[in-house]
Design a protein. Structure first.
Length: 497
């Protein structure tokens, strides 16, 4: 899809913004005059108020060279931030893309909190995020099911500033889509080695990418991670992506660590059948870290960042690990496996330790589709956040808010921590009681964070993918790409020089 910025444009559809109280903004008013007041009349007839998310479609307008006009609500102008411009672009592009139009003209505006260039760039970014689809395996799409949109012209005075702004942020969209694709890919295609192969390709952005196989992890003593992959015919992998954006390439980095279970059957503690296919998305944390590393490298962030993803497949098998097994981690601590379905924390135990042991980071942030319990708490709206540092937690909350990837902090504490003590090993991998499941998962990971290291854990089990309908304009598919934007912004605002 072509994106242009220009002072004027032509297309089969023209989209304009309207604010609360059915208030057309400047370009809408100009268009309304051309149509002899048809837009204002249509707004009245349809009881269109300009509320955020509302859309009014006017066909074959007189006096305008376009097949349709879309009036899209952005709500209260005092509250319209970047997300409002993104949703405007997304809603318009989705509409046209799904109804046969090929060329869309987006009229952007100067908003209370956004310059014209900012609003226009965000509208273009929103449009691209909104038309995302995962059609790779659909061979029988009818012509009317295929995307039709080919070109978007964002119209504003002074298009050059908008274009350069957009170009700076454009890889972020690619990064979100990279993560969405990874989450959506079927597990027979995306197994650990294939995931690692795709990450190796990120070297084109200037990342150093190295891949460890089972033999190397064996040498390092990563038996918790390896234990999860034992039942799988596919080799487990650990991928390390390095971005050195500081003049001092050896300055302590930030580590981003991701859970990458390419399929989670539960192992010997087998999950029930219905819905198990969703567990192809159990690598959403690894996808978010990978997408963020792409975005960070593409914009040459002034920070040292290391991304570590543990990639395994959790399968039942004659050689799979059992409940009752005790494994030794790279940290030296031992774990009694009581449930092979609590596998994410096992691989993260070794992955976060590896990150600290090999890369000496100041801060570790891990992302994982860790617990069904976080969906019970927060649904599919917020990710669960756990942290040992209030400053870091605050920065993560702010970044999530700004990027439309919100998080909600949950507690940690000794009362929870002691629930994973085991009489047979240093700890067990479940508490045994069906209570505070997400906190227990976080407390487990915390045992592998070294003293003095700042740490946050995001449980993204509810947000890495979502049940339909996909009517949120910016999240048009099952896989959301959650985390890429949050991490990219967090690095930019908290960790860059
Ligand atoms: N991958 C799952 C968590 C999950 C559930 C992610 C639903 C997305 C949607 C994780 O490995 C798991 O199975 N967790 C168990 C933990 C339990 C055994 C303590 C769970 O949540 O049931
Ligand atoms: Mn599991
Ligand atoms: Zn899992």
């Amino acid at each position: 899809m072509d994106i242009k910025f220009a002072a004027e444009g032509r297309g089969d559809a023209i989209a304009v913004m309207a604010a609360d109280k059915a208030q057309l903004l400047a370009s809408g008013q100009a268009l309304d005059a051309k149509t002899n007041g048809a837009i204002a009349k249509a707004m009245q007839t349809a009881r269109f108020t300009g509320a955020s998310g509302q859309m009014l479609e006017i066909f074959s307008p007189v006096g305008v060279d376009a097949a349709r006009i879309l009036v899209i609500g952005v709500g209260d102008l005092e509250r319209a931030e970047g997300a409002a411009a993104e949703k405007f672009g997304a809603a318009a592009a989705r509409k046209v893309n799904g109804s046969g139009g090929e060329k869309l003209v987006l009229h952007s505006e100067t908003l209370t909190h956004l310059t014209a260039a900012e609003a226009a760039a965000r509208a273009a970014i929103g449009a691209r995020l909104g038309v995302y689809r995962f059609d790779a395996y659909r061979t029988k799409l009818k012509p009317e099911q295929k995307p039709s949109l080919q070109e978007i012209t964002v119209v504003l005075d002074g298009p050059a500033a908008a274009r350069s702004r957009y170009e700076k942020e454009s890889t972020l969209v690619e990064a979100v889509h990279f993560a969405r694709d990874l989450v959506a890919e079927p597990p027979n295609v995306l197994y650990p080695a294939e995931f690692a192969r795709r990450l190796k390709e990120l070297e084109r952005f200037g990342l150093e990418v190295s891949v460890l196989g089972e033999a190397e992890m064996e040498k390092l003593g990563m038996h918790a991670l390896l234990g999860v992959g034992r039942g799988s015919a596919r080799e487990s992998q650990l991928v390390v992506m390095r971005w050195k954006g500081l003049r001092n390439a050896n300055a302590q980095p930030i580590a981003l660590v991701g859970k990458g279970v390419t399929f989670d059957t539960g192992g010997i503690s087998l999950k029930p059948g219905p819905g198990m296919e969703e567990m192809k998305g159990d690598m959403g944390g690894a996808a978010a870290v990978s997408g963020a590393m792409m975005a960070i490298a593409a914009r040459k962030a002034k920070a040292n960042v290391v991304g570590v993803v543990g990639l395994v497949e959790n399968m039942p098998d004659g050689d799979a690990q059992r409940p009752g097994d005790i494994v030794k981690t790279m940290s030296g601590q031992t774990i009694e496996i009581q449930n092979t379905d609590a596998e994410g924390r096992l691989l993260l135990a070794d992955a976060v330790w590896y990150a600290q042991d090999q890369h000496n980071p100041t801060t570790v942030i891990d992302l994982a589709t860790l617990t069904g319990a976080v969906i019970v708490s927060l649904g599919h709206e917020y990710a669960g956040l756990f942290a040992n540092d209030d400053d870091l937690a605050g920065a993560i909350v702010a970044a999530g808010q700004a990027e439309g990837e919100p998080v909600w902090r949950l507690p940690l504490g000794p009362a929870y921590d002691k629930m994973i003590d085991s009489p047979f090993a240093d700890m067990k991998n479940i508490a045994g009681k069906p209570a505070a499941g997400s906190i227990i998962g976080a407390s487990f990971i915390k045992r592998f964070i070294k003293d003095g290291v700042k740490w946050a854990h995001l449980d993204i089990a509810g947000t890495a993918w979502k049940p339909g309908p996909y009517d949120d304009p910016l999240h048009p598919s099952w896989a959301t790409g959650y985390g890429v934007r949050l991490l990219n912004r967090l690095i930019a605002h908290k960790f860059e020089d």
